[in-house]
Design a protein around this ligand. Structure first.
Ligand code: HEC
Ligand code: HEC
Ligand code: HEC
Ligand code: HEC
Ligand code: HEC
Length: 476
């Protein structure tokens, strides 16, 4: 019952006048309220079958009240490839160590240059195409990256329904629980969670409104807004509904690192979300993810910055949210709902794009693939440039160059690698912000070539070259 409804006001005035019949009137009011409530319920398409609380983690329970959303949510097990996205379901024989019946294709087998780029780091051991939300917890638990490095509980923040676990371990204090679980060894932390991302991680159980449940995102947004001159930003208090339709995703689809011995999950947005602003932050705090095995460079690994790249694109600028494309509205009988089958929009172009664009499905698909193919070709050029720099650094090291002499070349490798990885690890193959992605690759190429120039000055002069000028290659 809406407390400010005019009907309730007039009834109240009537009550004041009729003080003598107070008891009878209260009974009449109760009846009126009851009838009004029933009417409201008839308008609400959802039947409240079960009582949900702020501790109901199991999505199957929420599914009793919201069966349409729950059915779609379960469909995130589906695997389907698009030209550059989606994923392949590769069958495998389940073993005691790894009960999965399918895995997604391996990215490092698809392009072995990635192994050279990440030499000495866990990603060179196992890195696969991402797939639907249903797999997030098992894929993380079983990746070979767990065997190479002792991973912390902080990994779970984006791979499980952690909201109730944080509250429980923190005795009701979300922030405290988050910090405690993050610092635990992975295996111990994992005993406190049960489900992949669930309804309660995105929704308030009483109003179904979207809300942010991840302390790292709350802090990340506070830092980002502070860099933009907005003080004391509180995402749950200050964000608009349309912003929330992206922010709920931005809790996980972002670049991150674990700060200090306590492994505090941190988003490096203190200067802003552009690639150079994030690199500047890492430089300021003196952070590296690992030391490159072949060159000794203090390297950084970028991871899935969908939120950051999207925020530099025309869609973000026009107010188009992640949910507009990845959770488009659909009609189910008389109801209009958001598709909770979160996946590639290219598998649902009609709902995902044609609500705004009047181009045909074929035309829309072609526009996306044109952007992605251009991106992919430029990415290959940037990757080769980075391989060249790594080779030169290796040779210079083998030839006895000192750390001091190699410093500039290594610094260029750190930059070229982070820029390249930023758009490589981003999962839209350039689509979320095509111009920005191309700019980043262009600068990455420049860093690699400048690095080579610095390193080649250290190498013994090459053997005398034949004097005849090489033929100029034909222009493509
Ligand atoms: C204008 C529509 C649009 C918006 C807005 C949008 N995306 Fe995308 N997204 C796409 C398209 C198109 C692809 C490429 C899909 C493909 O290649 O199959 C994609 C790819 C992805 C992928 C990889 C999917 C796959 O199957 O490989 C992820 C993850 C993703 N987006 C997350 C996000 C997040 C998070 C946001 C908001 C911060 C966002 N997207 C905003 C259209 C959009
Ligand atoms: C800030 C959120 C976040 C954190 C923290 C996080 N992940 Fe992920 N992870 C994601 C997202 C988003 C994807 C899907 C996009 C992708 O694969 O690029 C993903 C994908 C994966 C995958 C599947 C694809 C692959 O890389 O093979 C594995 C495995 C994985 N993460 C392991 C880990 C491990 C181990 C940790 C801890 C070191 C971790 N994740 C921490 C957000 C996170
Ligand atoms: C709790 C963290 C988390 C949240 C919140 C989250 N994601 Fe994801 N998302 C992941 C992880 C992890 C994966 C990869 C799972 C795997 O590969 O096992 C993933 C995978 C995806 C994929 C790839 C699906 C496919 O079939 O290939 C898309 C698209 C995607 N997410 C979009 C979104 C959008 C849009 C939102 C917001 C509405 C969102 N995600 C919210 C963590 C998250
Ligand atoms: C990754 C975040 C995320 C998860 C997990 C999630 N939802 Fe949603 N849900 C959304 C978004 C985004 C909307 C659109 C809300 C808006 O526009 O205000 C939405 C909308 C809804 C709505 C409003 C009606 C509609 O469909 O637009 C209901 C009901 C709902 N979700 C139920 C569920 C249930 C039940 C689950 C668990 C099975 C669930 N959601 C899991 C993000 C999520
Ligand atoms: C909620 C509305 C909305 C949705 C949904 C949407 N777009 Fe857009 N799109 C826009 C707006 C607004 C622009 C900016 C240009 C303009 O004003 O026409 C744009 C621009 C584009 C451009 C031109 C990009 C450029 O750099 O010039 C392409 C291509 C595009 N959209 C493709 C898609 C695809 C593919 C999808 C579905 C995955 C999609 N859009 C979904 C609103 C939308």
């Amino acid at each position: 019952m809406n407390p400010s409804s005019p009907r309730r006001g007039s009834v109240a005035r009537f009550l004041l006048a009729a003080t003598a019949a107070a008891l009878v009137a209260v009974g009449a009011l109760a009846l009126l309220l009851n009838i009004f409530e029933r009417k409201q319920e008839a308008k609400n398409p959802f039947f409240k079958v079960v009582e949900l609380t702020d501790d109901t983690t199991d999505p199957a329970v929420w599914g009793k009240n919201f069966p349409l959303q729950y059915d779609d949510y379960k469909r995130t097990v589906d695997q389907e490839r698009t030209r550059y996205g989606g994923s392949e379901a590769l069958p495998r024989t389940p073993t005691a160590d790894d009960p999965r019946a399918t895995v997604a294709q391996s990215k490092i087998e698809e392009d072995p240059r990635l192994k050279k780029m990440w030499a000495g780091y866990a990603f060179a051991a196992d890195f696969r195409e991402e797939r639907g939300h249903a797999y997030m917890l098992s894929d993380q638990t079983i990746t070979d990256r767990q065997k190479v490095v002792k991973q912390p509980g902080a990994c779970l923040n984006c791979h499980a329904s952690t909201y109730t676990a944080y509250k429980k371990i923190g005795d009701g204090d979300l922030q405290k629980g988050f910090e405690k679980i993050s610092a635990m060894p992975y295996a111990e932390a994992a005993t406190h969670v049960e489900h992949p991302v669930a309804c309660i991680d995105c929704h308030d159980s009483q109003t179904m409104a979207l809300r942010i449940t991840r302390p790292a995102f709350m802090e990340g947004m506070r830092n980002l807004k502070a860099a933009q001159g907005v003080k004391d930003y509180d995402v749950n208090r200050d964000a608009t509904r349309q912003e929330m339709r992206s922010f709920v995703c931005g809790q996980c689809h972002v670049e991150y690192y674990f700060k200090g011995a306590e492994k505090k999950l941190t988003y490096p947005w203190h200067n802003g979300t552009k690639v150079e602003q994030m690199l500047a932050y890492y430089d300021q705090v003196g952070f590296k993810d690992w030391t490159h095995k072949d060159t000794g460079a203090p390297a950084l690994k970028a991871q899935h910055p969908e939120f950051e790249l999207w925020s530099q694109g025309i869609h973000a600028r026009s107010g188009v949210a992640c949910a507009d494309c990845h959770m488009p509205y659909k009609r189910e009988g008389a109801h209009k709902i958001s598709s909770h089958h979160v996946r590639s929009p290219l598998l649902d172009i009609n709902r995902a794009c044609q609500t705004c664009h009047k181009w045909s499905e074929a035309e829309l698909k072609d526009r996306v693939e044109t952007i992605q193919t251009r991106f992919h070709n430029l990415r290959n050029v940037a990757m080769d440039a980075l391989m060249d720099l790594i080779d030169d650094l290796k040779s210079a090291k083998a030839a006895g160059a000192s750390d001091e002499q190699l410093k500039d070349g290594r610094e260029f490798q750190r930059k070229a690698q982070f820029y390249f990885d930023f758009v490589e690890a981003e999962n839209s193959t350039g689509f979320h912000a095509p111009d920005e992605a191309a700019r980043i690759l262009g600068e990455s190429i420049d860093f690699s070539r400048k690095g080579q120039k610095a390193v080649r000055a250290l190498l013994p002069p090459p053997a005398a070259q034949p004097t005849a000028a090489a033929p100029v290659p034909a222009q493509p």
